[in-house]
Design a protein around this ligand. Structure first.
Ligand code: IMP
Length: 198
C-alpha cells in the first residue's frame, strides 16, 4: 500500500494548495475528513511552530499515516506583531474580515509606508509514524496598504501588499500567490524532508 499522508486541516483551500505542492510524491494525500479523524485541539501555543505541532501531534495519535499540520497568521511590525498567532481569533472568530481589515487600517492611519511593514508567517509541522517531528517556517514580506484591494484569496489578503508586485495578495491569482506565499514556502521546505524519508 502507498504511504499515506494526512494534512490536519478542514480548510479546502489549504488542501488544494498542499496537493499542488506535494504532487509528484509517492504518497496518498488525505484531508482529515477523508482520514475520518476528528480533531478537537486547543491551539494554546505562543508560536506558530508550537501550534502546528500541537495539531499534528494530536492527529498523529489517531493514525499510522504521516501527519502534517500548519499554523499561520499575519504579523504587523508597527502593532508589535499583532495579530500574530491570534490572526484567526482577532476581534473574534465570527467577525468578518471586512471589519477586521478595516480596523487594522484604522489603527495604522497616518503611519508612513516604511513603518507599515508586515509578513505572513506559516509553520508546517510533520509527525512521522516513528514519532519523529519536524517543523519548517515560511514567510512572505510585505506591507499594509492604505486601503483594501482585490477579491482573491481570503482573510487579510486585501490589505497585504507585496512591493515587488505592486499589488495586494488578494489581487494575485492563486497560482502566483502559491509560488511566493508563506504557506507555499513552508510546504516546499517540508517537501524536501519528505522526499528524504519516503
Ligand atoms: P490558521 O488556519 O489557524 O492557520 O489561521 C490563520 C489565519 O491567519 C487565517 O484565518 C487568516 O486570518 C490569517 N492568514 C493566514 N494565511 C493567510 C493568507 O495567506 N492570506 C490571508 N490571511 C491569512
Amino acid at each position: 500500500m502507498k504511504t499515506q499522508l494526512v494534512f490536519a486541516t478542514g480548510n479546502a483551500n489549504k488542501m488544494k494548495e498542499i496537493r499542488e505542492i506535494l504532487g509528484g510524491l509517492d504518497v496518498d494525500i488525505l484531508s482529515i475528513k477523508e482520514a475520518d479523524i476528528e480533531l478537537n485541539v486547543k491551539e494554546d501555543g505562543v508560536t506558530f511552530e508550537e501550534n502546528a505541532l500541537i495539531k499534528a501531534k494530536a492527529a498523529a495519535k489517531k493514525t499510522d499515516a504521516i501527519v502534517l499540520a500548519d499554523d499561520s497568521g499575519l504579523e504587523i511590525d508597527y502593532l508589535n506583531k499583532e495579530p500574530g498567532v491570534y490572526s484567526a481569533r482577532y476581534m473574534g472568530e465570527d467577525t468578518s474580515y471586512e471589519i477586521k481589515n478595516q480596523t487594522l487600517l484604522n489603527r495604522l492611519k497616518g503611519v508612513p509606508k516604511e513603518q507599515r511593514t508586515a509578513r505572513f508567517v506559516c509553520a508546517v509541522a510533520a509527525v512521522f509514524p516513528d514519532g519523529e517531528t519536524i517543523v519548517r517556517r515560511g514567510t512572505i514580506e510585505g506591507y499594509i496598504g492604505e486601503s483594501a484591494a482585490g477579491k482573491n484569496g481570503f482573510g487579510y489578503d486585501p490589505i497585504f501588499y507585496v512591493e515587488e508586485y505592486g499589488c495586494s495578495t488578494a489581487e494575485m491569482t492563486s497560482q502566483k500567490k502559491n509560488e511566493i506565499s508563506h504557506r507555499g514556502n513552508a510546504l516546499r521546505a517540508v517537501r524536501e524532508e519528505l522526499v528524504k524519508r519516503i
